[in-house]
Design a protein around this ligand. Structure first.
Ligand code: 5AD
Length: 374
């Protein structure tokens, strides 16, 4: 190498280190302020997604764990997930149970079957039931209300969470009055153009957001969230997600990697990455210290130890599957979605052992969200 070239290289590296922001102070600022100015957040996120940032990522995860610990101790909350129908009126391009997927084998559970799942979950020690399904109009609003009130009457010590999509104010209110405590509705992306890349024309970001604000104003503990690495997602759309969540202040935030489903328009798209999901989970933990953050099934689908990694990045909730064995494989939102082994509520012992191995214990309570105002 000539002197001249050498000097050039030295200068370039000096310039890079001079210009690149020191990332640990930025992470500390994020932890202290629960937010960052947009340009700082952009450079932090860009850096943390780069392969050479492993040490900084570890520093971020440590901070997120510490923050989660201050509110929740070393506890992981459990929610029993009952996927009660895979019929759906919508045609979201990413989702395996979209209306247009003629290969999906459809099912819906009866009220008795759903109550049976709750009994099984209650016997296993669970105190939250999440009723999730596609937007299936075969259950009338009153059917859902009756279902909620029978679960609450049978298990007065349990919380009921609904996750059944975009509905009218009247329906949300009816179900809240019937006793539903929480509602999960991921916003999927807070960027208008990106929203249209993921959804058909009849669906709008505005309506989705209106539903979320409505749920909050009714009094539900409300969950929003998004997929990581969905087609068309960029650092800028992620910044919009972070800003929207800051504004909404949801009690719960669910994120997981996008995973393609073979019978959808996104069959050939790349899956979201573990690293990006963990980084975002930790950033969300620092921005929302008291939020409930699940370590999702999608994470454990892309890596055997995904659940544990999610907890170690600041997550504090897991949702074991309580759906009847006969239908579990049919709620296939994406390829190879896991529902067996430690994903199954029946194997909570195994889950408990796995969490113990990383220093966490399972909390069998209802696990309500601490108030944001505290
Ligand atoms: N990959 C990952 N997550 C998905 N979901 C739907 N389809 C996929 C997919 N292909 C998520 C959506 C939805 C939640 C129930 O599952 O974010 O809100």
């Amino acid at each position: 190498m000539t002197d001249e070239k050498n000097q050039g290289t030295l200068w370039a590296s000096a310039k890079t280190s001079e210009l690149s922001p020191p990332y640990h102070p930025l992470i500390r600022e994020l932890a202290a302020e629960k937010n960052l100015p947009e340009d700082s957040m952009k450079s932090l996120l860009t850096h943390l997604f780069s392969p050479e940032a492993e040490k900084d990522r570890q520093f971020l995860y440590e901070n997120a764990r510490k923050t989660a610990n201050e509110t929740f101790g070393n506890k992981v909350y459990l929610r029993g997930l009952i996927e009660f129908t895979n019929y759906c009126r919508n045609d979201c391009y990413y989702c395996g149970i979209r209306a247009g997927n003629k290969k999906a084998s459809r099912y819906r559970l009866t009220r008795e079957e759903i109550l049976e799942c709750c009994h099984e979950g209650h016997d296993l020690g669970l105190h939250t039931f999440v009723l999730q399904g596609g937007e299936d109009m075969a259950y009338s609003p009153q059917d859902v209300a009756d279902l909620v009130s029978s679960i609450k009457a049978t298990f007065p010590d349990c919380a009921v969470t609904l996750s059944i999509g975009e509905r009218s104010h009247e329906d949300y209110l009816l179900w809240y009055e019937a006793g539903a405590d929480r509602y999960l509705l991921r916003h999927e992306t807070a960027d208008e153009a990106h929203y249209h890349r993921l959804h058909p024309k009849n669906l709008s970001l505005k309506h989705r957001m209106d539903c979320l604000y409505d749920l909050k104003s009714i009094g539900y503990q409300t969950g929003a969230g998004f997929m990581v690495g969905s087609p068309g997602q960029t650092i800028d759309t992620l910044l919009e997600d972070l800003a929207f969540l800051k504004k909404l202040k949801p009690e719960m935030i669910g994120i997981g990697p996008f995973i393609p489903h073979k019978d959808t328009p996104f069959a050939r798209e790349a899956a979201g990455s573990m690293t990006q999901t963990l980084v975002l989970l930790s950033i969300l933990r620092l921005m929302h210290p008291k939020a409930l953050l699940p370590s999702t099934t999608a994470l454990s689908t892309i890596a055997e130890n995904g659940r544990e990694l999610g907890i170690l990045a600041g997550g504090n909730v897991v949702m074991p599957n309580l759906s009847p064995g006969s239908v579990r494989k049919k709620y296939m939102l994406y390829n190879n979605k896991r529902s067996d082994g430690s994903e199954a509520a029946q194997h909570i012992d195994e889950l408990a052992r796995r969490f113990e191995a990383i220093g966490y214990t399972i909390d069998f309570g209802r696990g309500d969200a601490p108030s944001h105002t505290l």
